[in-house]
Ligand binder design. Structure first.
Ligand SMILES: [Zn+2]
Length: 360
């Protein structure tokens, strides 16, 4: 039986372990020792992603979450207020993805405590998911046998099943103009910031259509008030659920950069557009969805099938041939200082995970 008191204790303990992306060692040590004491065989790949296996019946099912958090995520002080867990307001909560990790640990513990036969399980806890799915891209898939699984990393309740997600392309541009003294000889200068803003004002940005978005999230440049800025930098992205629309956006972005470059023949613009993950679309009738549906039905819950605008490790797993389905983890407002975890919903996640492990 899932135990709410124990879940809250586990979740609070995990949240208090600092694990910003790239600094997951302490979280790794904690979850590895917990998995070992539950009887799983824990190993790591070369990138130090956690891969833990539990013997059982049938083909193995992957249960996955990530160990890292975004910033500000150091010294988090979780507080409980009427069944809702939040930070003190100075940091994120880190419910993304500590609630996912806690659901997997507590779900396994509850399932194993029943002494009933369990499915074969592979737990994958990745590093550095935030800002590029780096751990998943580096995961040693030769160590993973599962062909289907659940990624505990979605916003909302655990019966929110995310069946499609967009591709994302990352856009970076380094612009070099020419420096000159702004008061003595401005005509000799070429402002890289002006070029950057010409680009920015021409790019298609925001919500392009119901499947496509684009953003330039950072523009930097210049050195001092009295120098024509020689360097500027743009950092952005565009996403689409449709790969054709993604390709169309790439052509449009390229076109704008070419157009502005032709206006400033003496400047140089170094543009890079790179795909960071591929879109996916899971068939609602797939057996991986049925596994989740069965566990939820046992709890009297129905699946809410949805699409997301964000990426997760599932994008990479699916590209590698594993039907990995992101589900909600009872957390809202990811990546903000007002992020919350609803204890009752995280508990539903634990019960769902227990049901999956027991094949109920
Ligand atoms: Zn996450």
């Amino acid at each position: 039986m899932a135990d709410e008191e124990r879940l809250v204790k586990t979740l609070m303990e995990l949240i208090k372990i600092d694990s910003p992306s790239g600094e997951e060692d302490a979280m790794d040590a904690e979850v590895s020792s917990r998995l070992e004491s539950l009887g799983l065989k824990v190993s790591h790949d070369a990138y130090k992603n956690v891969i833990a296996k539990l013997d059982g019946e049938g083909e193995p099912i992957m249960l996955s979450a990530h160990l890292d958090t975004v910033e500000p995520g150091r010294g988090i002080k979780p507080v409980i207020d009427g069944g809702v867990l939040r930070s003190d307001g100075t940091t994120i909560l880190g419910g993304d993805c500590k609630a996912g990790v806690a659901i997997v640990l507590e779900g396994l513990e509850s399932a194993l405590a029943t002494n009933r036969a369990n499915r074969a399980i592979e737990v994958i806890f990745t590093r550095h998911e935030e800002g590029g799915l780096v751990g998943a891209h580096n995961l040693d898939f030769s160590m993973v046998a599962a062909k289907k699984g659940i990624v505990f990393d979605g916003e909302g309740p655990p019966n929110r099943i995310i069946l499609s997600a967009p591709s994302q392309n990352v856009v970076t541009a380094y612009i070099t103009g020419r420096a000159a003294h702004a008061g003595l000889e401005p005509e000799k200068g070429i402002s890289a910031l002006l070029i950057a803003s010409d680009i920015l004002s021409r790019l298609p940005l925001g919500r392009i259509d119901e499947e496509t978005t684009a953003n330039i999230g950072r523009m930097e440049g210049g050195l001092k008030r009295n120098i024509i800025p020689e360097q500027a930098f743009l950092d952005g992205e565009f996403r689409s659920l449709s790969n054709e629309k993604l390709a169309d956006m790439e052509r449009k972005f390229q076109g704008v950069f070419d157009e502005v470059a032709s206006m400033y023949p003496e400047a140089s613009i170094n543009l890079d557009i790179t795909n960071s993950y591929q879109a996916y679309n899971i068939d609602p009738k797939s057996s991986a969805v049925a596994i989740i549906g069965k566990a939820l039905a046992g709890m009297g819950l129905e699946m809410i099938l949805e699409s997301t605008g964000g990426g997760s490790d599932a994008n990479v797993f699916i590209e590698k041939g594993i039907t990995a389905i992101p589900v909600g983890i009872g957390v809202r407002d990811f990546h903000t200082t007002w992020e919350t975890a609803l204890i009752a919903e995280v508990m539903l996640g634990v019960q769902m995970c227990e049901g999956i492990v027991l094949g109920k």
